[in-house]
Write a protein that binds this ligand. Sequence first.
Ligand SMILES: NC(=O)c1ccc[n+]([C@@H]2O[C@H](COP(=O)([O-])OP(=O)(O)OC[C@H]3O[C@@H](n4cnc5c(N)ncnc54)[C@H](OP(=O)(O)O)[C@@H]3O)[C@@H](O)[C@H]2O)c1
Length: 387
Amino acid sequence: MLGKSTSAILVTGATGFIGRHVVQRLLLAERRVVILSRHRGGLTGVQRLAEVLGDLSRRSLDVVEGDLAHPDLIAGKLARVGATIDTVIHCAGDPSFLVGERESVRRAQVMGPVALLKMLRPGGLRCWVHVSTAFVCGRREGTIYESETDLGQQFHNGYERLKLELEIRLKQTCGELGVDLRILRPSIVVGGAPSTPGGVPSNLFLMLLRLLIALSRSAGARHTPVRIQGRPDARFNIVPVEYVAAAIERLSYEPEAAGETIHVVAKYPPTQQRLLEMMSARLDLHNLHLVNSTETLRNRSPLEARVARMLSPYRDYLQQDVHFDDSVARRLLARHPVAAPMIDGKALERFVKLAGLSEKKSVPGPRPWSNDSLDLRSAYVGRAKFR
Ligand SMILES: NC(=O)c1ccc[n+]([C@@H]2O[C@H](COP(=O)([O-])OP(=O)(O)OC[C@H]3O[C@@H](n4cnc5c(N)ncnc54)[C@H](OP(=O)(O)O)[C@@H]3O)[C@@H](O)[C@H]2O)c1
């Protein structure tokens, strides 16, 4: 429990992929943390956090139950700790592309956070650290600077549009209330992810890796040609969750980060072609091909069809080539020091290990082996085989 005079950080989205890593770092750094968490699936916010954080949940932690779709119901619950909250790290959101832009979605994703900000300001809220996305750039190509916001861009989906709308509304409200707003924009976050909407891209990436690992372990299948649709020369903008969490934690108190918008991305991301080459070399698979096409491939094998289905939610992103300039991030994080990660052979090694270790239950969607003519199931399931 928090004493009245102790300043605390309120974290939203702590049961999510990014939020749980952020909270772990804050607690290990002995920061005082208040969590806003929903009651869901018959479990209270406290019970859900105990599941997510394990022993760490016994540290200096207060849990306030609340849903950002109903901010009016949160106010009363915040009464006890509201005046202790100095900083908010807002990790909550629904990163599913399918959420659309219905009024109920806008209420939870845009109006809810703004209402929370207004609610906490009178108690002394000083800083709002906002986890947005680098893809507020929408369908733009080329170099995207951290200072760029609304340039009339087209979007891939309502998710991106709502994220940009929230950035704009927070800027306006923080400006009016005199709150220091720090906007952090990760690209596509990868790592050991839960089966939450935000974990989907990472889990799909690891699922693809597992499929390739299984292929490499199957003597009869390792020379099977596999064509993957993409854009070979486009950059593959993934960033490890550990870096994202470290950046969020450090930038929440770095004085020079006040008022900044910051890309949280990998350093020199590889092109899709380069990444595939690294995978081919690591797994000793020499018949993997990136095909620059959005059309359905002719004479697709069942395995190729399976890969295409796995990647289909990200087809548009795989056709986009963007470079997220992160000069502000590098300048600020060099002071701590937190180096931007490289997606190189070492990183790939970690992903391969993670793909082997990650729980099968965290993998969304259809299993990659079903209906395949190749029998990859045993290699896919057997964890020990990947070590
Ligand atoms: N994952 C990525 O690759 C990625 C990349 C760039 C940016 N981002 C951004 O980072 C943020 C966190 O993403 P994530 O990957 O951690 O997502 P996630 O794993 O799906 O977690 C989302 C979190 O938000 C909470 N939440 C959702 N709606 C809520 C509501 N109405 N009231 C209170 N809490 C609510 C969820 O709580 P419940 O557990 O109760 O559902 C969960 O804790 C999002 O804003 C996302 O846009 C993510």
